[in-house]
Design a protein around this ligand. Structure first.
Ligand SMILES: CC(C)(COP(=O)(O)OP(=O)(O)OC[C@H]1O[C@@H](n2cnc3c(N)ncnc32)[C@H](O)[C@@H]1OP(=O)(O)O)[C@@H](O)C(=O)NCCC(=O)NCCS
Length: 141
């Protein structure tokens, strides 16, 4: 069963090469187990081989569902897709801007533009609990 995936493309323009992450996702029951970071690190490593200048992506500015106990008042600021942004920050990405109306078929339509320069990229050592190989079958949760 496929539990996660990443799709990227190289963009070449004006002598510059960039890597655009089109999508990255891990099935909910398998999140928090190191799958997402393996996919991202693999993509950045492939990008480094092609001498990409930077890597960028868009993250939907969707609302994180508040728990009933922690439901904010209508005046309180909303928590916005903290999971994805925190995930990417861990790998050196920065939020560059919020783009209103970026998505035509998603609600909310706004997104954050995140990017990281590849000038300081070096692949981190990744390990899953009990893992001593790069390929491993994850047990069902
Ligand atoms: C974002 C996403 C890909 C992360 O995948 P994942 O397999 O759960 O991530 P990992 O287990 O590899 O986590 C790597 C690190 O990211 C951070 N992270 C991951 N999920 C997080 C969360 N919910 N909140 C805060 N930090 C988080 C953690 O620091 C984690 O490292 P840790 O071992 O120190 O906890 C996954 O949550 C997902 O598919 N989300 C829905 C789709 C999406 O938003 N994609 C991004 C836009 S393209």
């Amino acid at each position: 069963m496929l539990i996660g995936g990443i799709a990227c493309r190289f963009e070449k323009a004006g002598g510059r090469v960039r890597l655009y992450i089109m999508t990255l996702g891990v099935l909910a029951p398998y999140r928090g187990r190191g799958v997402g970071q393996r996919l991202l690190v693999r993509a950045l490593t492939e990008g480094a081989k092609e001498n990409v200048e930077d890597v960028y992506l868009h993250v939907q500015a969707r609302r994180t569902q508040p728990s009933l106990a922690a439901r904010p008042s209508p005046a309180a600021p909303q928590v916005i897709n903290t999971e994805a942004v925190e995930f990417y920050k861990k790998f050196g990405f920065e939020v560059k801007e919020r783009i209103a109306g970026y998505y035509k078929r998603l609600d909310p339509p706004d997104c954050f533009l995140l990017s990281r320069s590849m000038s300081d990229w070096s692949p981190p050592q990744l390990a899953l609990p009990g893992d001593d190989t790069s390929d491993r079958t994850l047990d069902a949760p």
